[in-house]
Design a protein around this ligand. Structure first.
Ligand code: SF4
Length: 213
């Protein structure tokens, strides 16, 4: 597999934010969002080739119970399915961060899926694979990255129409440095939406440019 980095940190974005977590960042992505904060992982230029067994061994050395498979977009590498399965079998609590454009059906049901829904500012709203919504479980989360009011209104109406809000864990996260947390908080408060305000804890703690933290 093409692996960009493996590191120990704290979970930064999901409803499990704050817990110690080991991340395996796979290289490659099928999208190109303008505000992407992991552009270094979009190609395999800086990636190392590792087998599933080698990745599992490396992760075990770091010793956290929680492991997140992220990218890039992990599902562009077919072996990511086998990797998540192997990590679950090794008794890790496994999370998958996925951009929501690829089929999640083959993902091991023990995996916690954090699935993006792409809002208009991403330029990829047409790639949302809505069939994935039917495959999500109570332990999963739908995440929308919000850059502006237009994104917010789109997400509010689309996810209400599709009966996601209230039925599935849902978070709206501002694009870091582009939309203030307090502005998005006011919108959520005014509308009393049953949506979690998403933070990127690692950026608040270590700054926007830090890698491997
Ligand atoms: S889907 Fe994620 S990794 Fe891919 S370009 Fe968009 S933000 Fe970056």
């Amino acid at each position: 597999m093409k692996v960009c980095e493996i590191f120990r940190s704290i979970q930064g974005e999901s409803y499990l934010a704050g817990y110690p977590c080991t991340f395996v960042r796979l290289a490659g992505c099928n999208l190109a969002c303008p505000w992407c904060d992991t552009k270094y992982a979009l190609s395999d230029e800086n990636a190392s080739e590792m087998s599933v067994a080698e990745i599992v061994m490396e992760i075990r050395k770091l010793g956290t119970d929680l492991v997140e498979v992220t990218g890039g977009e992990p599902l562009v590498q077919e072996d990511s399915i086998e990797l998540m399965h192997a990590l679950c079998d090794a008794n890790a609590k496994v999370m998958l961060e996925t951009n929501g454009s690829l089929d999640i059906a083959p993902v091991d049901p023990r995996v916690i899926v954090i699935m993006d829904i792409k809002a208009p500012s991403s330029g990829h709203v047409d790639t949302n694979r809505w069939e994935n919504l039917d495959l999500l479980q109570d332990t999963d989360e739908v995440k929308v990255v919000i850059a502006d009011r237009a994104d917010y209104e789109w997400a509010r109406s689309t996810l209400s129409e599709k009966k996601v809000i209230g039925a599935l864990r849902t978070s709206f996260s501002p694009v870091f440095g582009q939309l203030d947390y307090n502005v998005l908080a006011e919108w959520l408060k005014d509308d009393q939406l049953n949506v979690r305000l998403g933070f990127q804890l690692h950026k608040i703690i270590w700054g926007q440019e830090a890698r491997g933290v």
